[in-house]
Write a protein that binds this ligand. Structure first.
Ligand SMILES: NC(=O)C1=CN([C@@H]2O[C@H](COP(=O)(O)OP(=O)(O)OC[C@H]3O[C@@H](n4cnc5c(N)ncnc54)[C@H](O)[C@@H]3O)[C@@H](O)[C@H]2O)C=CC1
Ligand SMILES: O=C(O)[C@H]1O[C@H](OP(=O)(O)OP(=O)(O)OC[C@H]2O[C@@H](n3ccc(=O)[nH]c3=O)[C@H](O)[C@@H]2O)[C@H](O)[C@@H](O)[C@@H]1O
Length: 441
């Protein structure tokens, strides 16, 4: 099948590459010329494990092309995927201007009937809006069908998720559209769930909101565990053994970040609000997350009442491991607060430092290794659970003025930290400082 993908961000590029890998001929359009120049050379503009290799392979086998030209991209495509961003408006609602523009681009450039597949996360009713925009601008006599096909991939494991997802959701209005999109996706061998368009649109928001709820729930439990002396890791494990609850997304930490949970939870509150429904539970989830993102500063303050002038090493900046994505990462809020308190902040992240430099305060300094960041520091804050951080030789913390580690991701066992004489504060677990002599600060 000849397929066109509009937008080559995390979703569009991964979709284009995956569809070409299963045999389709795919052309990806992006308005960002720098991105397209890179992609034409086989260079991925984003860090995503396994993506570059599949990209190079399918470009070589002539199933994958890139362009900035909508007319070139849409010339032969029977099916067009929209995968542009749907960022947050100031009031929390989804900004649909990129989607609307993509719909217009399609209508103004196709010269044949077309099926438009929406991959972007969009509020209920948006596919109807897309259909109307395309129809309005389409040449006389041409037909358009819209299909909702929300994306469930996770950054950092996007390629894996495309080939091993739990389900592919297809929302359509007629059998022909269903069967064409079903046929395109068949080679993925992932279970397909067919439904109506509005329900497909809602499945996406409800899924993200539910996962965000699980995270805020376990974070609240972790805060209560700290007050009562219980251990959140044991609590999560014990809860997760119940198959009705499930063990995933029960990892307590410094809240969820990233390009989707924060914006999609707020958008769903707005979507409900538009039909005069107050989504109280989800409002609580969002508020808990905001509180949780700042929790490490309080812990640091308890250990170092004066932060001004202290060297604080920050390990991990990306919103989760295996990605260079900094969008809505807790590191933004935390480093901002540290700088405001007068700390000297030295950060390290294995992959996200280039992106971080464009986002974080210019006062943040960067080290090229964990060792250099930690050296002679007064405290270490861990914000992302990268394997490199989890597997570090604990002796490195003895390069600090005194070993004080405040871990927002529970990267280490209490036993290991205690055995190594490290004053260790984590999330929802007792403090591990038995071997530390109280040092004057
Ligand atoms: N990032 C993720 O992990 C996931 C994102 N989603 C959803 O997928 C959508 C896309 O997200 P990302 O890939 O993260 O976005 P992104 O912001 O990384 O990429 C969007 C791309 O679209 C391009 N673009 C915008 N308007 C265009 C137009 N008219 N023609 C051609 N290109 C255009 C931009 O230049 C940009 O490269 C959003 O709705 C998001 O909520 C869904 C699941 C996972
Ligand atoms: O719509 C989207 O964009 C995507 O959003 C999330 O994927 P992603 O944001 O890439 O990453 P997650 O692994 O879900 O992590 C999100 C945040 O939650 C945090 N998290 C996750 C799991 C957990 O148990 N605890 C926890 O704090 C992570 O550290 C991270 O900051 C969803 O998991 C995907 O299914 C969805 O497609």
């Amino acid at each position: 099948m000849n397929i066109c993908v509009i937008g080559t961000g995390y979703v569009g590029l991964v979709t284009g590459v995956s569809l070409s890998e299963i045999g389709h001929h795919v052309i990806c359009i992006d308005v960002d010329e720098d991105k397209v120049t890179k992609m034409k050379k086989g260079i991925s503009p984003i860090y995503e494990p396994g993506l570059s290799e599949l990209m190079a392979k399918n470009i070589k086998e002539k199933r994958l092309r890139f362009t900035t030209s909508h007319s070139e991209g849409l010339q032969q495509a029977a099916v067009v995927y929209i995968a542009v961003g749907t960022p947050e408006n100031k009031d929390g609602s989804a900004d649909l201007s990129f989607v609307a523009q993509a719909a217009k681009d399609i209508a103004e450039n196709v010269e044949h009937d077309v099926i438009v597949v929406t991959k972007s996360t969009v509020p209920v009713g948006t596919n109807a809006m897309i259909k109307e925009i395309v129809q309005t601008h389409l040449s006389d006599g041409l037909q358009v069908e819209v299909v909702s096909n929300p994306e469930f991939l996770k950054e950092g494991s996007a390629i894996h998720d495309s080939f091993h997802g739990d389900r592919i959701v297809i929302g359509a209005e007629n059998e022909q559209a269903f069967s064409i999109i079903e046929e395109i996706n068949q080679p993925f061998r992932v279970p397909i769930f067919k439904t109506d368009i509005k329900s497909a649109e809602m499945i996406k928001y409800a899924s993200n909101a539910f996962l965000a709820t699980k995270i805020s729930f376990i974070n609240e439990i972790s805060n209560i565990c700290e007050l009562l002396g219980a251990n959140i890791e044991n609590v999560s494990t014990g809860m997760g053994l119940d198959q009705r609850i499930g063990s995933q997304f029960l990892k307590a930490g410094i809240g969820y970040g990233g390009s989707c949970f924060p914006k999609d939870t707020k958008a769903l509150i707005q979507i409900a609000g538009n039909v005069e429904y107050e989504f109280e539970l989800l409002k609580g989830v969002v508020n808990v997350n905001k509180k949780q993102q700042g929790i490490l500063i309080g812990k640091l303050n308890d250990c170092l009442p004066v932060i001004s002038g202290k060297k604080i090493a920050v390990l991990g900046l990306a919103f989760k491991p295996n990605t260079d994505d900094m969008r809505e990462s807790a590191s933004i809020l935390i480093t901002e607060e540290l700088i405001k308190l007068g700390a000297e902040v030295v950060a390290y992240d294995p992959i996200a430092m280039d992106n971080a430099k464009t986002i974080l305060s210019s006062k943040v300094q960067y080290a090229d290794s964990i060792e250099r960041a930690v050296d002679n520091s007064d405290a270490v804050l861990i914000l992302t659970d990268w394997d490199e951080i989890k597997n570090v030789d604990l002796a490195v913390f003895h390069k600090m003025k005194r070993p004080l580690v405040i871990d927002g991701r529970n990267c280490f066992t209490l036993e290991a930290m205690e055995k190594n004489g490290i004053d260790y504060h984590s999330i929802g677990r007792p403090v591990s400082a038995k071997l530390i002599e109280a040092a004057p600060i």
